[in-house]
Design a protein around this ligand. Structure first.
Ligand code: GAP
Length: 510
C-alpha cells in the first residue's frame, strides 16, 4: 500500500474532528438527547481513555518523576473568602455586550468594529465577530455599505478595533452583528464564577463558588504541604481537576467550555532567586513535554504578554500557543506571579504564609512560577495535529481514503488491537485470546474478530491505535509463535514474537 499523506484543508479540519470525535466515541455534546447544553461536553469510551492518558503522562512527568514537585487534590468548592482574597470576586470578569433587540450576548473583546472612511470622511461603522478573517469581513462589509449607498470616493482600508475600545459616541453607531442596526449596549463586567449555596439556607451568607481555577487550592494548602511534606525551596505543588467558568461565548468545541479540566503547578522559589531563569525553565519544560506526547514543533509558538497589560504584581507571562484549525491560540500559560497569591491569603486569613530561611535567619513569602494548562485544550491539540486523511492504494490498485489519527503511543486510547485472521478457526481465536488476556493486564488493548482484516485496520487507524497484531496461519503452523505486527503510520507489516511485542510496548508506552 502507498500513502501520500494529505491532511484536509484547515477550513474543514474542525468539522472533520468534531465528526470523528462523535463517530468514534471521543466527545459527545452533554445532554444531547435534550438538545445539548452550550459549553458542556461528555467524553466517550475512547475520549475518556485519551484524556486519562494525557493526564497520567502529565502527572508522571510533572510529579512522580521529579523530586521537587508534590501533588495534591483540593475541593472544588472552597471557602468564599478564598475567592475574595484571590481577586476573583471583584475582578474575574469578561466585558459583556448585549444586543437589545436580538438578545444575543457578545464578549466585547471578541466583537470588532471599524469606521467606514471614504475620502477621509466617516460614513458609518461595520462590525464582525473575532475570527481568522475578521479584517477581511469588515473590509467586505465596508465595501458593500459604500456600494449600497452609492457613495463615490476612495474607501480607506478598515482599521479594526475591539468593542472595549469604542467611545460612547461610537457605541451608539456600531451595528449589532445580529441586526445590522446600532442595538448594542455599552460593555459591562460579567463575573464568570458559577455561584451556588452551601447548606439549607439560600441567602447571602451561604453563597459559594465553583472554582474557576485549580491554582488557589495550592496556595491555600501551601502551609499544610510545607509543614507535612518535607519540601524545600524551590519546590512545586501540582494538581489536576475540574474548573468552571460561565464563559459568555463558549466556542470552538472543547477549546473554550464552561466546565473543563486544568493541570496546574505552582513552583515556589526564594524571593531572591532568579525568577526569569525559572520562568524560562518552565516554558521550555512545557514545550518539551508537549512534544513528548506527540505535538509537532511546527504547531507550537510563544507569545509574551505585553508588559503594560500585565497585572501589577505580575513579572511576566508567556503563553505557549498552538496552531488550532481556527487559528493560533493559547494552549498553556506560564506566569511569574511574584508573591501576590500567598501574600493575599496571608493578609485575608491572618495566617502567615512564610518560609524560614536558614541562611539569613529571616522569614519571607516565596515567589511563584505557575504553568497552567487546560487538559481539554491539549486533547483538542492532539486531535488537530494527529488527524489526517490520505489516499491509499491496495495491492489490487484500488484507491480509497483512510482516516488516521497519528497519536503518540504514550496517549493513544488503545495501544494494540489483537485480530485473529478468521473468527471461525478455533486455534487462531484461542491464541489471540490468550495474547489479549496477557497484554490486558498492563495495557489498554482491543480484541476484534469481526469483518475483513482491512476494515479492522481502518477502524483502529481512526481511533489512533499505533499497532495491530494479527494472529494468522503462520502463527499456529510455523515455528516461533510469531504474529504480524502492522504499524499505523507506515502501514508496514513485519513478524514479531510475543517477547518483542512486550519490549516494544515497554519502550514506547511510558
Ligand atoms: N491559574 C491560572 C489560570 O487559570 P488561565 O489562563 O485562565 O490561567 C489556564 O487558564 C489554562 O486553562 C489556559 O491556558 C487554557 O489551557 C485552560 N482554560 C482556561 N479557560 C478555559 C476554558 N473556558 N475552556 C477550556 N480550557 C480553558
Amino acid at each position: 500500500m502507498s500513502s501520500p499523506a494529505a491532511a484536509p484543508e484547515p477550513a474543514n479540519l474542525m468539522e472533520a474532528l468534531v465528526s470523528l470525535a462523535k463517530r468514534r466515541g471521543f466527545v459527545f455534546q452533554s445532554s444531547e438527547i435534550y438538545g445539548g447544553l452550550n459549553g458542556f461536553f461528555d467524553y466517550g469510551p475512547m475520549g475518556v481513555e485519551l484524556k486519562k492518558n494525557i493526564r497520567d503522562c502529565w502527572w508522571a512527568d510533572m510529579v512522580r518523576r521529579r523530586d521537587d514537585v508534590v501533588g495534591i487534590e483540593t475541593s472544588i468548592i472552597m471557602h468564599p473568602k478564598v475567592w475574595e482574597a484571590s481577586g476573583h470576586v471583584a475582578g474575574f470578569s469578561d466585558p459583556l455586550v448585549d444586543c437589545k433587540v436580538s438578545k444575543n450576548r457578545y464578549r466585547a473583546d471578541q466583537l470588532f468594529f471599524a469606521p467606514i472612511v471614504i475620502d477621509g470622511v466617516t460614513h458609518g461603522y461595520v462590525s464582525a465577530l473575532e475570527s481568522e478573517k475578521t479584517t477581511e469581513e469588515l473590509q467586505a462589509a465596508a465595501e458593500l455599505f459604500k456600494r449600497k449607498k452609492a457613495i463615490t470616493g476612495a474607501l480607506a482600508p478598515v482599521q479594526p478595533k475591539d468593542f472595549t475600545e469604542a467611545t460612547a459616541d461610537e457605541i451608539t453607531k456600531i451595528p449589532s452583528p445580529a441586526t445590522g442596526n446600532p442595538d448594542l449596549t455599552p460593555p459591562r463586567a460579567f463575573n464568570m464564577m458559577f455561584q451556588t449555596n452551601v447548606g439549607a439556607m439560600t441567602d447571602a451568607s451561604s453563597v459559594a463558588y465553583l472554582r474557576p481555577e485549580t491554582a488557589q487550592g495550592m496556595f491555600v494548602d501551601f502551609k499544610n504541604v510545607v509543614d507535612t511534606g518535607r519540601v524545600k525551596l524551590p519546590f512545586g505543588i501540582a494538581q489536576t481537576g475540574k474548573s468552571f467558568r460561565n464563559e459568555i461565548t463558549p466556542r470552538n468545541f472543547i477549546f473554550r467550555s464552561r466546565e473543563f479540566e486544568q493541570m496546574e503547578m505552582e513552583f515556589f522559589i526564594h524571593e531572591d532567586d532568579d525568577w526569569a531563569k525559572w520562568h524560562r525553565y518552565w516554558i521550555n519544560w512545557c514545550k518539551d513535554w508537549l512534544k513528548s506526547i506527540g505535538l509537532p514543533d511546527t504547531h507550537l509558538s510563544e507569545y509574551d504578554h505585553l508588559k503594560e497589560k500585565l497585572a501589577f504584581y505580575s513579572k511576566g507571562t508567556t503563553d505557549i500557543m498552538f496552531k488550532f484549525p481556527f487559528g493560533v491560540q493559547e494552549l498553556w500559560g506560564i506566569a511569574a506571579r511574584g508573591n501576590y497569591d500567598l501574600g493575599q491569603h496571608a493578609a485575608a486569613s491572618g495566617v502567615p504564609q512564610t518560609i524560614f530561611d536558614e541562611a539569613t535567619k529571616k522569614k519571607f513569602v516565596p515567589h511563584v512560577i505557575e504553568p497552567a494548562v487546560g487538559l481539554d485544550r491539549i486533547f483538542l491539540a492532539v486531535l488537530t495535529a494527529g488527524y489526517a486523511e490520505e489516499p491509499v492504494t491496495d495491492e489490487k490498485g484500488n484507491t480509497e481514503t483512510r482516516t488516521v489519527l497519528r497519536l503518540s503511543p504514550r496517549i493513544a486510547p488503545v495501544k494494540v488491537a489483537i485480530l485473529p485472521l478468521l473468527k471461525n478457526k478455533e486455534q487462531l481465536v484461542a491464541r489471540a485470546q490468550a495474547l489479549h488476556k496477557k497484554l490486558q493486564r498492563r495495557y489498554a488493548v482491543f480484541y476484534d474478530e469481526g469483518g475483513a482484516i482491512g476494515k479492522r485496520y481502518r477502524r483502529q487507524d481512526e481511533i489512533g491505535t499505533p499497532w495491530c497484531v494479527t494472529i494468522d496461519f503462520d502463527t499456529i503452523e510455523k515455528e516461533g509463535d510469531t504474529f504480524t505486527l502492522r504499524e499505523r503510520d507506515s502501514m508496514a507489516q513485519r513478524r514479531i514474537t510475543e517477547a518483542e511485542l512486550f519490549a516494544l510496548l515497554e519502550e514506547q508506552v511510558y
